[in-house]
Design a protein around this ligand. Structure first.
Ligand code: F0G
Length: 459
C-alpha cells in the first residue's frame, strides 16, 4: 500500500472558539500572572498544552452515556457499568471510585504508608510525591539511569532500575517499604513507557520481599501501545491483551480517568486485598462519598466507563502516539533538543540543553515556557527546578531538579494537525533566539506544590 497520512480517526462534532490575544495582551497577561502560566486566564491562551489531564474531547457515545447517568446515591446503575469495565481491564476485585487520581493516592497512602516509610517509584508524579511526603514518608525515584538522559533514544526509558529497587529495600528494610509503585507511562520522566519485562522483574523483587506492587495507571493504554510497537513478541497482541497483562502483574492501581479514561474528571483505586479495600472505603466515605460514586456524579461514571471502552481502540492509539511523535520529530528536525524518543502524551523540550546560559536556580525551563506563551500564546508547563527543586535551607540557590524540561502535553482528540504545526513554528522560532532568553527570580512560593502558585520576576 502507498504511504498514507495517519489521520485523526474521528470527525469534529462540536467546536469551541479560540480567542487570539495579540502580543500586547499576552505581555499584560504574563505580568498579571506573575510569570506563572498556571495563573493565566485560559481565554488568553491560544493553544493550551498545559496538561493532557481532563482536557480531551469526549465522544458522542460518552455524551450519550452522560444522559443515561443514574444519579442514585447508592447502588447506581452507572456505578455497576463503571465497575464492570474497570474489572474487565484490570482484573482486580475491588474497585473504588474517586473524583480524580490524587484522591485515590491520598486514600491508598493514608491506609498503607506511615511516617518514616520509603515508597519507591520509577518517577513519582508531583501529586503522588506530595501525597507520600504528606504522610511523613520518603518518595524515592528509581528510574533506570538512561531515563535521566534526555538525548539518549531507547525504547523503554520509563523502566524501574531493578538493582536500585533491591538496594533500597535492603537499605531501609522491607518493613519500611509498604508498597512499590510503577508509573505507566512515566510522566515526570518524559512520558516514557515501561516494558512488560521490567514490570515482570519488579514483580519478582516484590514477590521476593512480599511487598505489594501498585501501578500509577493514568496512561496505561498509551503504555500498552508502546509495548506493542517496541517490545519484541507483542506486536501481534491487542492493546487490551497487553493492558490486562500489565495489570495482572500488580496488586492494585491508582488511576486518573482524566488521562486514559478519556474523561474530564474521575478516577479510581483498584486492588485485590479485601481488608485494605475496606479501610480505603471507610476513608472514601469520610471525604469523597459513598463507595458507589466516590466523588463523581452518575454521569461522570458513565463518561469514564465509555472512555475506558474506547481508549484501547487500535485506530485511536495509533493516531494518538503518532500525532505526538509528529510534533517531536518536527521540532527535533529543526535542531530543538527534546527528550528522545517522543513520549506518549507529550513532548518535553530540554531547556538545560537549549539554555545553558541560565543556571537551574534561575529556572531555565520556566523561562522557556514563558517565552513560548509570549511568542505564540502556547502554554506548556515547567517540569524542572520550579516543580521538583528544593529551596535551600540556608537561603542560597535552590537545589536543582534532575532535568529542566518544558512539557507540551497534548489533550486527547482536541487539536488538529494544523494546530500542532503552529505549535512547532512557535517552538522553532523561540529556540532560534535562545541566547536572548533570561532567567527568572521566584518572589513568592508555597510550602508544597509551589509550582502552582509561585510568582516570578524577570531577571
Ligand atoms: N499520576 C500521574 C502519573 C499523573 O500524571 C497525574 C496527573 C496524577 C497521578 C494525578 O491525577 O490529576 O487526576 O489527580 N497528572 C496531570 C498532569 C495533572 O498534568 O500530568 P489527578
Amino acid at each position: 500500500m502507498p504511504y498514507r497520512t495517519i489521520i485523526e480517526p474521528f470527525r469534529i462534532h462540536s467546536v469551541q472558539a479560540i480567542d487570539l490575544p495579540d502580543a500586547e495582551e499576552r505581555e499584560e497577561a504574563l505580568r498579571q500572572a506573575g510569570f506563572n502560566l498556571f495563573g493565566l486566564h485560559a481565554d488568553h491562551v491560544i493553544i493550551d498544552l498545559l496538561t493532557d489531564s481532563g482536557t480531551g474531547a469526549m465522544s458522542s457515545e460518552q455524551w450519550a452515556g452522560m444522559m443515561r447517568g443514574d444519579e442514585s446515591y447508592a447502588g447506581s446503575r452507572s456505578f455497576y457499568r463503571f465497575e464492570s469495565i474497570v474489572k474487565d481491564i484490570t482484573q482486580m476485585t475491588q474497585v473504588i471510585p474517586t473524583h480524580q487520581g490524587r484522591a485515590a493516592e491520598r486514600i491508598l497512602f493514608s491506609v498503607m504508608v506511615d511516617e518514616g516509610d520509603v515508597v519507591p517509584n520509577n518517577t513519582h508524579f508531583d501529586t503522588t510525591r506530595a501525597n507520600v511526603e504528606y504522610r511523613g514518608a520518603e518518595a524515592r525515584d528509581l528510574v533506570v539511569p538512561e531515563g535521566r538522559d534526555p538525548a539518549i533514544d531507547l525504547p523503554f526509558k520509563g523502566n524501574m532500575d531493578i538493582d536500585a529497587l533491591r538496594a533500597t529495600i535492603e537499605e531501609v528494610g522491607r518493613d519500611r517499604v509498604p508498597l512499590v509503585m510503577v508509573t505507566v507511562t512515566n510522566n515526570s520522566g518524559g512520558g516514557q513507557p515501561v516494558s512488560l519485562q521490567n514490570l515482570r522483574d519488579v514483580r519478582a523483587v516484590c514477590d521476593e520481599y512480599e511487598i505489594p506492587l501498585f501501578l500509577d495507571a493514568c496512561r496505561f493504554a498509551e503504555n500498552a501501545w508502546f509495548i506493542k510497537l517496541r517490545e519484541p513478541g507483542h506486536e501481534h497482541r491487542t492493546p487490551a491483551e497487553i493492558a490486562r497483562e500489565m495489570f495482572s502483574l500488580a496488586d492494585g492501581c491508582t488511576m486518573s480517568a482524566k488521562k486514559d479514561g478519556l474523561a474530564n474528571i474521575g478516577g479510581f483505586l483498584a486492588l485485590n486485598d479485601d481488608e485494605i479495600a475496606a479501610r480505603c472505603r471507610n476513608l472514601l466515605i469520610l471525604t469523597e462519598g459513598f463507595p458507589t460514586y466516590g466523588g463523581m456524579a452518575g454521569y461522570d461514571l458513565e463518561a469514564v466507563a465509555q472512555g475506558l471502552a474506547e481508549v484501547l481502540d487500535e485506530n485511536y492509539l495509533r493516531y494518538r502516539i503518532r500525532s505526538t511523535a509528529y510534533l517531536g520529530e518536527k521540532v527535533a528536525a529543526a535542531g530543538v533538543p527534546i527528550v528522545q524518543p517522543p513520549g506518549g502524551h507529550a513532548i518535553y523540550l530540554d531547556a538545560k540543553a537549549l539554555l545553558p546560559h541560565i543556571p537551574p536556580h534561575e529556572y531555565p525551563a520556566q523561562s522557556l515556557a514563558v517565552e513560548l506563551y509570549r511568542n505564540g500564546g502556547v502554554r506548556g508547563v515547567e517540569i524542572g527546578t520550579v516543580m521538583f527543586g528544593r529551596p535551600s535551607p540556608d537561603g542560597g540557590p535552590d537545589e536543582p531538579a534532575a532535568m529542566e524540561l518544558v512539557r507540551l502535553a497534548i489533550p486527547r482528540r482536541t487539536y488538529t494537525q494544523s494546530h500542532i504545526d503552529y505549535v512547532a513554528e512557535v517552538v522553532i522560532d523561540v529556540a532560534s533566539r535562545a541566547e536572548s532568553l533570561r532567567g527568572l527570580r521566584m518572589v513568592e512560593q508555597a510550602p508544597w506544590l509551589r509550582h502552582f502558585t509561585a510568582r516570578f520576576e524577570p531577571l
